[in-house]
Ligand binder design. Structure first.
Ligand code: ADP
Ligand code: ADP
Length: 217
């Protein structure tokens, strides 16, 4: 199955992507994770992306599209994938459609995680990520047993630089201006399914998997 997750920063895309990708046995492809790995490794792509990420801005489309094109060409993505955080602009979406059409395929479904801004701000300001295994935690809503230490792998947690209040505000503006139009773009294709992404993580996963099932996933 070829699936895209959309929703504002902090909607729970990364959290749900892990469960959904495992359920569908497809790779989870997160552009944010790929950019962050490049930043950590200090690659030229990472150096360029960091300027935008630190400002809460989207990385330019050409850079992002080239990166995704390379990733989708890897063999594990041949039978399906779950894209988390891509596309985020209408040109990215149009480019993805073209890329898949060239390969003789197309997206099956776009799942929109619907959450309001107040909840997004609560989620982002308490988000913590494991340096070892990448698992996403929350200081209040999904706390580890020992503060700052991952329950799954024992490594240290960190707070993302772009989860500071001023950067969060900039990211929400970018979302409203550049990403929200994707709802209409995919709605017009008849591929969009919105689910309520509030309440416990497990309940959201059940809603997501039910939505996929009704579309054959
Ligand atoms: P979140 O999950 O909080 O929405 P991500 O981890 O997906 O954040 O993305 C972090 C940052 O990486 C974004 O603010 C943006 O700068 C960059 N980024 C990720 N995906 C894209 C994309 N598809 N297009 C442009 N920039 C992106
Ligand atoms: P995104 O990838 O959309 O930016 P994340 O999956 O990183 O979102 O989630 C943002 C924060 O919200 C994380 O700290 C995560 O633990 C928390 N979170 C995710 N889903 C829920 C939920 N259903 N209820 C409460 N907190 C949640």
């Amino acid at each position: 199955m070829r699936l895209v997750l959309v929703g504002p920063p902090g909607a729970g895309k990364g959290t749900q992507a892990e469960f959904i990708a495992a359920h569908l046995s497809v790779p989870k492809i997160s552009t944010g994770d790929i950019f962050r790995a490049n930043v950590t490794q200090g690659t030229p792509l990472g150096v360029e992306a960091k300027r935008y990420m630190d400002a809460g801005k989207l990385v330019p489309d050409d850079v992002t599209i080239n990166m995704v094109r390379d990733r989708l060409a890897e063999p594990d993505a041949g039978e399906g994938f779950l894209l988390d955080g891509f596309p985020r602009t209408t040109p990215q979406a149009a480019e993805l459609d073209k890329l898949l059409a060239d390969l003789g395929s197309s997206l099956d479904l776009v799942l929109e995680l619907v959450v309001d801004d107040d909840e997004v701000i609560r989620r982002l300001s308490g988000r913590r990520t494991c340096r070892g295994c990448g698992k996403i935690w929350h200081v209040e809503f999904d706390a580890t047993t020992r503060e700052g230490i991952c329950d799954r792998c024992g490594a240290e947690l960190f707070q993302r630089d772009d989860d500071k209040p001023e950067t969060i505000a900039a990211r929400l503006r970018e979302y409203a201006e550049k990403t929200a139009p994707l709802v209409d773009y995919y709605g017009a294709q008849g591929k969009l399914v919105g689910i309520d992404a509030t309440g416990p993580v497990e309940d959201v996963t059940v809603r997501a998997i039910d939505a996929l099932r009704s579309y054959g996933g």
